[in-house]
Design a protein around this ligand. Sequence first.
Ligand code: ATP
Ligand code: MG
Length: 431
Amino acid sequence: MALITKKIKVTEDVLPKQSYRWQFVENIMREEAAKFGFREMRTPVFEHTELFQRGVGDTTDVVQKEMYTFDTKGGESVTLRPEGTAGAARAVLEHSLTNEGLPIKAYYFTSCYRYEKPQAGRLREFHQFGIEEYGTSSPAADAEVIALADSIFKRLQIQNLHLEINSIGCPECRAKYNDALKEFFGAHEEELCGNCKSRLERNPMRLIDCKVPSCAEIAKGAPSILDYLCEECESHFEQVKKYLETAKIEYRVNPKIVRGLDYYTKTVFEFVSDAIGSQGTVCGGGRYDGLIEELGGQHLPSLGYAMGLERLLMVMENQGIAIPEPEPCALYIAGLGDNAQVKAFELINSVRLAGLSAETDVVGRGLRAQMKYADKIGARFSMVIGDNELEENKAEVKNMTTGEKTALALDDSFAESFSALHIADKFGKTE
Ligand code: ATP
Ligand code: MG
């Protein structure tokens, strides 16, 4: 019969033999986030469409072109989250987390959905690890969240990842800068792509970020936001840099970084790799002091970022960074005959309860095929039980590496005796 269906284009499956790579990276992220005082938050995969229109901004590519939006049977418009911050901010407001003390420090792992053009490093379902910090305007917080990203990358041993930072100011300095941009790009209007033409009036800063080569060429000569910062924004930016230097985190100021989403203010930053081609941004974020107000809350200066897990794993793969493989099965017990098979089932269960991994046949294979399977899964020890072993209530456990055999009683002491054997073997190897 033909396959019933295939996966949706530009999405990816993570198969059992690859998932340890994800888990390794995710575990390090959880550990580092905990060190910095962040706790996990989980929000729904879909939200009211309006949340993203207001939170992400309706002049952005994400909202204008990339969202998966649909009407429910009840007639509501809902959208699969294209990013994690809007949902996190909504939850902060909905649960009045501000009453529990500031700052609110949270991290998330999310799947995100964007209808993107198929390209290396651009998926329609992708995954992010993100950091959110609400209720602080201090430049120390900017440096803290960046330091967390930096320490994750260091623990993952990623090379040649460059931190690029910029300040895009507050609405006050931005107004003057937008005027300058309108004047500059206005003089090139004929040469701009259709999208940029339409954004020129409403959101000229987006033009700096346009990926169309001819627009990118024009944007090279555009005025720099750093010449338009008000005193407060400039001083904030200077202090962020000072904190980063104190933490010995290298950075480069790149006035071209404006970020793709509307909610950013002041500090914006990206970690960029040259190991995976043109989609080299593995982490992007910044401050969004106006976001909570935009969503109907009180003024609550906040910041955060997200890392693309697929891109991060691509960088690690391209750099040949070794990820420890999962421990192989500690014990495989093959059973010969129905009674022995039941005994095998009982014994592996006791070994599992004692905290080790163990397997036996659940397919109905013969002895040879079972031993082949034990080899295939790389079992450290194996054991065969048949009628003789059942009668003597004793069987030999074989160390699959050294060939050494040890007789163990098949009674209540089995799991404990096997654990001791396993520890001795492991200890001997690492000595
Ligand atoms: P880009 O400039 O690459 O389009 P973006 O500004 O749209 O990125 P953000 O919304 O800031 O990206 O998302 C943060 C991170 O999520 C990115 O730096 C990237 O690593 C990852 N990411 C974004 N879009 C995709 C996608 N379509 N497929 C895979 N990863 C993505
Ligand atoms: Mg994008």
